[in-house]
Design a protein around this ligand. Structure first.
Ligand SMILES: [Fe+2]
Length: 423
């Protein structure tokens, strides 16, 4: 049973973390939108606030009034049932409200949320708690996006500004090993008995899947291995690529991962802590599904299905430390020596799977506007698993289904190889 105090403690924790992530950024940093997929930092800070105002306060505050009536138009992301929205690709031209005004909006909603939660009876709290908890996880998703987005914003600045942190010291990626799985009839989907009570609707229902015997690489593909792929003509050999991917290679002149640039024959990588020569020991990141698939083909392997990934992850020891946002590395780190388990499973890079993002058998989105959260995006996207170095702690789990279009390169995305059972 969730108590008001426990809910408010968690509320304060999640809200404060967003502000902590935005703290190194000036109001000017927080205003820029560098491409349509990227949203300004202050937009993220306001949108997650709008989520609580529209989905919790509007329906439960006794004398509800919007903080500012135009904010709902500006900060609604994609909820058709809530009303019209400002154009997404133009979020960066909104100079007012400024970052400071967004702070005032956040404080106002925080005060009203505290008043509401501490003043309602136990029965109402029980009904409201799942929506508030969804608001926490929604805000955590935007914490990760805030970091991915500002990485792109800063990448376009020739002064090469740094978000935070220091470069990772080079470390050993460790030898790549393989783990074998017998497969058979397995269950996937969120299991509240092992993963905590919260999940998004797209992780349900838990259901059976048949898996043939398979193997997974025990670590992610490294930059060094990616350099071998490039040196072997990886970006020039049509036979390695899916047709849509090859069209992207040609149309957008792909010849390396997204944040790599070549200077005097040396590949440099833009990171949140600066721009440095590519470290061959680190996992490759910011590659699209098309690139991941081409690499796997080149290596004579394939990408895992999401069912294979989840089944394998469910067997792992979760007590191992993961490279998530609380580690403040802000970047995937080297795998290190083999452990006997799957290294880099949670954190480091979101891992592309070969699975299209589709509803599980029996999936039903929630009623009302909140039903738009996940279900309506189930076309033309691929599933990623595991989390990345920018994922907030407490936001990675075996059943979590992230998704992006197959051409997306700005998220922190890498790959783990798979293949059939060893002969
Ligand atoms: Fe959102």
């Amino acid at each position: 049973m969730t108590t008001a105090d426990a809910l408010l403690d968690r509320y304060d924790e999640v809200r404060a973390y967003t502000e902590r992530l935005a703290a190194p950024l000036s109001p000017e940093d927080q205003t820029v939108q560098s491409m349509p997929d990227v949203s300004p930092t202050k937009w993220h800070r306001a949108h997650v606030t709008w989520f609580f105002e529209s989905f919790v306060l509007a329906e439960n505050e006794s004398s509800f009034r919007q903080f500012q009536d135009q904010y709902w138009f500006l900060f609604n992301s994609y909820y058709e049932a809530v009303g019209p929205r400002y154009s997404r690709p133009l979020r960066g031209v909104i100079s007012r409200p400024g970052a400071h005004d967004v702070g005032r909006y956040r404080s106002n909603v925080d005060d009203r949320m505290r008043d509401l939660v501490s003043g309602i009876d136990e029965g109402t709290l029980g009904k409201l708690a799942p929506t508030i908890e969804l608001g926490f996880h929604h805000e955590q998703q935007h914490q990760e996006l805030l970091l991915m987005d500002i990485k792109h914003v800063l990448s376009l600045n020739p002064l090469q500004p740094v978000y935070a942190g220091a470069p990772l010291r080079s470390a050993d990626p460790g030898r790549l090993g393989w783990k074998h799985y017998d497969g058979g009839l397995v269950e996937i989907g969120h299991d509240a008995t092992t993963e905590g009570t919260f999940c998004f609707d797209n992780e349900l229902p838990r259901h059976q899947q048949w898996l043939e015997p398979y193997r997974l690489a025990d670590r992610l593909v490294t930059n060094g291995e990616w350099l071998d792929f490039m040196a072997d003509g990886g970006y020039r050999r049509a036979e390695l690529w899916l047709s849509d991917g090859w069209a992207k290679v040609q149309g957008e002149q792909w010849r390396a991962p997204f944040y790599w640039t070549e200077h005097d024959g040396v590949w440099l990588e833009h990171t949140l802590h600066g721009t440095f020569p590519v470290d061959p020991a680190l996992p490759v990141c910011h590659v699209s599904h098309y690139e991941a698939d081409a690499y796997a083909t080149w290596a004579g392997k394939r990408l895992p299905t999401e069912a294979e990934w989840e089944h394998a992850a469910s067997l792992e020891d979760r007590s191992q430390p993961a490279n998530l946002a609380d580690g403040e590395t802000w970047h995937p780190r080297a795998a290190g020596p083999g452990t006997g388990g799957l290294r880099q499973l949670f954190g480091d890079c979101w891992e592309w799977t070969s699975s299209a993002y589709l509803p599980y058998p029996g999936f039903h989105p929630a009623a009302g506007a909140i039903g738009e959260y996940n279900g309506k995006f189930m076309s033309n996207q691929m599933v990623l698993r595991g989390g990345c170095a920018l994922t907030p702690p407490g936001h990675a789990r075996a059943s979590y289904r992230n998704f992006f279009p197959p051409g997306a390169r700005w998220p922190v995305t890498g790959l783990r190889l798979a293949d059939g059972a060893a002969a």
